[in-house]
Design a protein around this ligand. Structure first.
Ligand SMILES: Nc1nc2c(ncn2[C@@H]2O[C@H](COP(=O)(O)OP(=O)(O)OP(=O)(O)O)[C@@H](O)[C@H]2O)c(=O)[nH]1
Ligand SMILES: [Mg+2]
Length: 466
């Protein structure tokens, strides 16, 4: 069974992580809301084949029958631990793992905090905290890796707009590339909405994107603006502000995508897609490994029974994966050239249903001339809790060029005036050349994606495998 170690960095990374562990536990039918067995609790049904995969996310002592686990206190008594590393350079968010309802899943080796954050400065995160904690982080990762029998990948969670997630997260990513080059590094990163209060976000985003191009195996970018709009459409959270309720709702969407993404590696299925098949099929050129994602139906993001009236029609659910409105990053992947696509279906659908919808999708997509058949299909038999069927769409599309162009544009607005750069250049280890390099890298990848539109991909020298 494939195992994953989740590494969550900074406020955003740990808030997504908080949501991730709650949903992951519930996905295995563990009652999150009742500490002890409770006769009236609305139990999530346990499905056949579910528990064989418990060790994908959790480190279980030998001789534990996972089938007998029903509540959080059962997990505690069985000494089950999350395969996780929660890092932040302040304490408030990680404290929830120490004190919250899931505290039994995290021991001290999982939790690393400091004071007082990275002040929205990538260089502080990457160099100051990154250098100070390098050995410690490396040692904690080594211990987590040692607890695995079949480690498939690291799931990294962080935002790109702040300092700790983007800077220290990038440093952890480069450490992993260095020390575990053959293990997948799958990064889910949050691009800011554009109307946020982190003035230096364009620098942090550009510097961190440069590292993502160089060191990640696959990146699943999400964008707070797209997520907010999805919440509105799914009739979640009225709150428009950055309240904890708002973040809980948007984070649920990201987590649902991640659970879906890893479902084929965790649960049985008639046509299972392992994670490495996704990268092999969807990433034809090194560096161009940014995949847009979409979840359908939107009701599956809530971890609650669907509201009456929600669609259960297979065709509606599958076509939802390529609807512009369901994308976790702003934009329409079908508006560009699609290098590769994947449809990962969970639950009750036949191969015939899926083939019919793949044909529909193919009619809407422009594929490159050298790969007209680039849709990978996965079928996993375990649907998300409360649902009979759900689907995840992944696209490697040239439409992402706009994300990189927009990032360069925002970066240049500040950099043209050299605004705020002294905060970065005063950090030991940071050189102004990193700004130029990041900008060049962003422009290169935008060009490479745009080149696909004209069927003449211009793959920059540094993306090439030599
Ligand atoms: N989706 C989502 N975005 C978040 C969340 N928390 C913060 N953000 C976004 O993340 C960016 C700010 O980054 P943070 O994660 O708060 O910063 P940090 O990594 O802790 O870094 P410093 O606080 O600068 O040390 C902004 O774009 C926020 O909108 C969250 O829980 N979910
Ligand atoms: Mg912070």
């Amino acid at each position: 069974m494939s195992e994953f170690i989740t590494i969550q960095v900074g406020q955003c990374g740990n808030q997504i992580g908080n949501c991730f562990w709650k949903c992951a536990v519930q996905e295995y039918g563990i009652d999150l809301f009742h500490y002890n067995r409770h006769s009236n609790s609305q139990q999530i049904p346990k499905l056949p084949g579910m528990f064989e995969s418990f060790s994908s996310f959790f480190c279980c002592p030998e001789n534990i029958s996972c089938k007998s686990l029903s509540t959080i206190s059962d997990l505690e008594s069985a000494n089950i631990k999350a395969r996780a590393l929660c890092i932040d350079m302040e304490d408030s968010v990680v404290a929830r793992f120490r004190k919250g309802s899931l505290r039994g899943l995290f021991n001290n080796d999982c939790l690393l905090t400091n004071y007082p954050g990275s002040g929205n400065n990538w260089a502080e995160g990457f160099f100051s905290h990154g250098s100070h904690h390098y050995e410690d982080i490396s040692e904690r990762i080594r211990k987590a890796v040692e607890c695995c029998d079949g480690l498939h990948g690291f799931l990294l969670l962080y935002s790109l707009g702040g300092g700790t997630g983007s800077g220290l997260g990038s440093r952890v990513l480069s450490l992993l590339e260095d020390q575990y080059p053959h293990i997948d590094r799958l990064v889910t990163c949050v691009y800011p909405a554009g109307n946020e209060d982190v003035i230096t976000a364009p620098y942090n985003v550009a510097l961190a994107t440069n590292e993502l191009i160089r060191n990640a195996s696959c990146v699943f970018p999400v964008n707070n603006q797209a997520l907010t709009e999805i919440c509105g459409r799914a009739k979640l959270g009225e709150a428009k502000d950055k309240t904890s309720r708002y973040f809980r709702d948007v984070n649920n969407i990201i987590v649902n995508m991640l659970l879906h993404l890893t479902s084929g590696a965790r649960f049985p299925g008639s046509l299972n897609v392992d994670m490495n098949e996704i990268a092999t099929n969807l990433v034809p050129f090194p560096g161009m490994h940014f995949l847009t994602s979409s979840v359908s139906p939107l009701s599956s993001i809530t971890m609650k029974p669907p509201l009456p009236g929600c669609t259960t029609r297979v065709d509606d659910i599958l076509s939802g994966t390529w609807a512009r409105t369901n994308q976790l990053i702003k934009g329409d992947p079908l508006s560009g050239m699609v290098l590769g696509a994947a449809l990962i279906v969970r639950g009750d659908a036949s191969l015939c249903d899926i083939r019919r919808n793949v044909e529909k999708l193919k009619k809407k997509v422009r594929f490159p001339s050298w790969n007209q058949d680039a849709v990978k299909v996965g079928m996993c038999s375990v649907a998300p809790p409360w649902h009979k069927l759900s689907a995840l769409g992944l696209f490697n599309s040239s439409s992402l060029a706009t994300l990189f162009e927009e990032t360069s544009f925002q970066f240049n607005k500040l950099f043209r005036r050299r605004a705020h750069i002294h905060h970065y250049t005063k950090v030991d280890g940071f050189e102004i050349a990193s700004f130029f390099e990041s900008l060049e890298q962003l422009q290169d990848i935008a060009e490479a994606y745009k080149g696909l539109e004209t069927h003449q991909p211009v793959i920059p020298h540094r993306f090439k495998v030599l």
